[in-house]
Design a protein around this ligand. Structure first.
Ligand SMILES: [Zn+2]
Length: 404
């Protein structure tokens, strides 16, 4: 079992009034919880001090026992309807007190927990009901409040893709929603700290020590090959389609930029700037989709051939080692491979990219001249010949020069 927390940006949906009431409900409930937490902690800490820091004393034990939902301390606090804040508070406080003790409260090294005004509002997992509505993901919560998940809120695109996958599994009930919390960040955005119980996928059906080497390139976006059975190889994806669309988009961008230079200002300029930005977004999305498909193909190949590991070259500033590769989102691709592989229990390792394409996979001889053309590898030492990408992918699969 693996517990993970994902931060989701939310908005309350509904009429203006419903939204206003929704946010108010959250803030009021958060305030009530804050009061309750400190009062409950006060009961434990005063009993603790009263009993001369003896947690085995009756005084302390009784105080601990008294911390239930029916404790009078909760009377007069307006907890949010339907959230079951009392249970969350008593559990939280007991747990935090225990932690403080463990961390040196008994030795006076630590003071008693003081909960802040903005302590996130705890909510039960079962009160968060995730569902699709068109392209949106909604969450039905208590008090008839409905949230919409703001997707694409994360800066890095690959995170956003992964998030959608994760939420899909939540909706499919593959992942279980555990106790989570709501809070407002410093920009006043509503944030859900979503705690998930992700079933651990045990490694299974792999051939021990089998590695898939992934050679990323231009002509063939990815050439994959096994370390132990080098006949099992394939080039995945076609760069031709990708480049064609890309070239068209870049040409249009150049035209727009040219037009911008000639446009002095005013409405025309704004319009053209907007068009340029839209084009950039579009291009970006295209690459993302492409990477999405390609990473899936790579991981599927590894699954099909029961690989324990996937080896990829560590991306440097200019590309991969002796290959100068710019202009393409390799970083994003590698990230996608990484998380998709991880989910099925395949470990991704990064290796030193130096000389992977200049080394002979048979005799190990390194020579720039081994690479006769972009496509052909011929060893100047032993005469071995092979498709250059195939040779490189074998070297990558067999490399043990791991880089963190
Ligand atoms: Zn050789």
């Amino acid at each position: 079992i693996m517990i993970t927390v994902r931060k989701l940006k939310l908005t309350v949906i509904g009429t203006d009034e419903e939204r206003k009431q929704g946010y108010k409900f959250i803030r009021d409930s958060q305030y009530a919880q804050y009061q309750g937490l400190n009062l409950a902690m006060g009961i434990l800490s005063s009993a603790y001090l009263e009993s001369n820091r003896d947690i085995k004393s009756d005084t302390f034990k009784n105080a601990q026992k008294s911390l239930t939902n029916s404790n009078p301390l909760f009377e007069g606090i307006a907890f949010g309807t339907g959230i079951d804040t009392k249970s969350s508070i008593t559990q939280r406080v007991k747990k935090d007190f225990k932690t403080s003790l463990k961390n040196g409260l008994a030795k006076g090294e630590r003071t008693i927990t003081n909960y802040k005004r903005n302590y996130p509002l705890m909510t039960r997992g079962r009160d968060l009901k995730f569902m699709y509505e068109g392209d949106d993901i909604l969450i039905k919560w208590v008090n008839k409040i409905i949230f919409k998940v703001v997707l694409g809120a994360t800066k890095r695109k690959e995170n956003s893709i992964e998030l959608q996958h994760t939420l899909h599994k939540v909706i499919d009930k593959e992942y279980k929603v555990m106790q989570s919390s709501l809070c407002f960040d410093k920009n006043n955005n509503l944030i859900l700290n979503l705690t998930l119980d992700i079933p651990y996928t045990p490694k299974k059906n792999f051939v021990e020590g089998r590695v898939l080497g992934v050679d990323l390139g231009i002509k063939y976006p990815a050439y994959v090959c096994l370390n132990d059975d080098t006949y099992k190889r394939e080039h995945l994806g076609s760069i031709n389609d990708f480049m064609k669309v890309r070239e068209q988009m870049q040409q249009r961008a150049r035209n727009l930029q040219q037009a911008l230079k000639l446009t002095k200002g005013g409405k025309g300029r704004t319009k053209k700037t907007q068009a340029l930005n839209r084009l950039k977004d579009k291009e970006r999305n295209w690459a993302k989709t492409y990477n999405h498909q390609l990473s899936k193909k790579i991981v599927d190949f590894a699954i099909k051939h029961q690989c324990e590991f996937i080896n990829m070259e560590k991306l440097t500033k200019d590309g991969f080692g002796d290959k100068l590769l710019r202009n393409w989102s390799y970083y994003e691709l590698q990230n996608m491979v990484e998380y998709k592989a991880e989910r099925v229990g395949i470990t991704v390792r990064y290796i030193d990219p130096a000389y992977t394409s200049q080394t002979c996979c048979i005799c190990g001889h390194i020579d720039k001249d081994n690479r006769q053309t972009q496509e052909k590898f011929k060893c100047t030492e032993c005469g071995f010949e092979l498709n250059a990408d195939h040779n490189a992918s074998i070297n990558i699969a067999r490399s043990e020069k791991f880089i963190k």
